[in-house]
Design a protein around this ligand. Structure first.
Ligand SMILES: [Zn+2]
Length: 165
């Protein structure tokens, strides 16, 4: 696979009130996560401004992630569901645990993303890092992901069933 070509010109991103600040941060190359000023919980996506842990709706902040993480789960997309992805399939869509962001439960904050370079070697636990792709004339950027040069020993992916099973 490798570096799927997504045709962003087929997308119009019109963020709502809650998501607009997040998209503005992408123009500066900042991957932001919502943080609750009352209990310290953190979450993504940024749509809802209320804290799902304590219910606080008024005192929230943005915190910046380094964009380093590990693949929690992934699928290989083989059928484009939108025209913008027609030239991109097959591509690897992953749920990524951010290394530097945890909610109050201790679980990592998880983000979604397409894995580009190195996707043939990618598996569960693969270390990934963020880079940005400009997707609109007003400077909005989409977070993209590639495999880190250092990988743990416990990367796993399904390699097919053994013969006879
Ligand atoms: Zn809270």
């Amino acid at each position: 696979m490798g570096s799927p070509k997504i045709n962003w010109s087929k997308f119009t991103i019109n963020p709502d009130y809650d998501a607009a600040p997040w998209w503005d941060f992408t123009k500066e190359g900042k991957l932001m996560v919502r943080s609750c000023d009352v209990c310290g919980h953190r979450w993504w996506p940024p749509g809802a401004i209320g804290c799902s842990s304590c219910g606080n709706f008024e005192k929230t902040s943005w915190v910046e992630s380094s964009g380093k993480g590990a693949i929690y789960s992934f699928i290989v997309v083989t059928q484009p569901i939108l025209g913008a992805f027609a030239e991109a399939t097959p591509y690897l869509s992953a749920v990524i645990d951010l290394d530097d962001m945890r909610g109050v439960t201790g679980l990592p904050v998880r983000v979604m993303g397409v894995i580009d370079e190195g996707d043939d070697q990618a598996g569960i636990n693969s270390k990934v890092e963020l880079y940005w792709e400009k997707i609109s004339a007003d400077g909005k950027q989409m977070p993209r992901w590639r495999l880190s040069t250092q990988q743990p020993a416990n990367v796993w992916k399904f390699e097919g069933r053994p013969k006879g099973s």
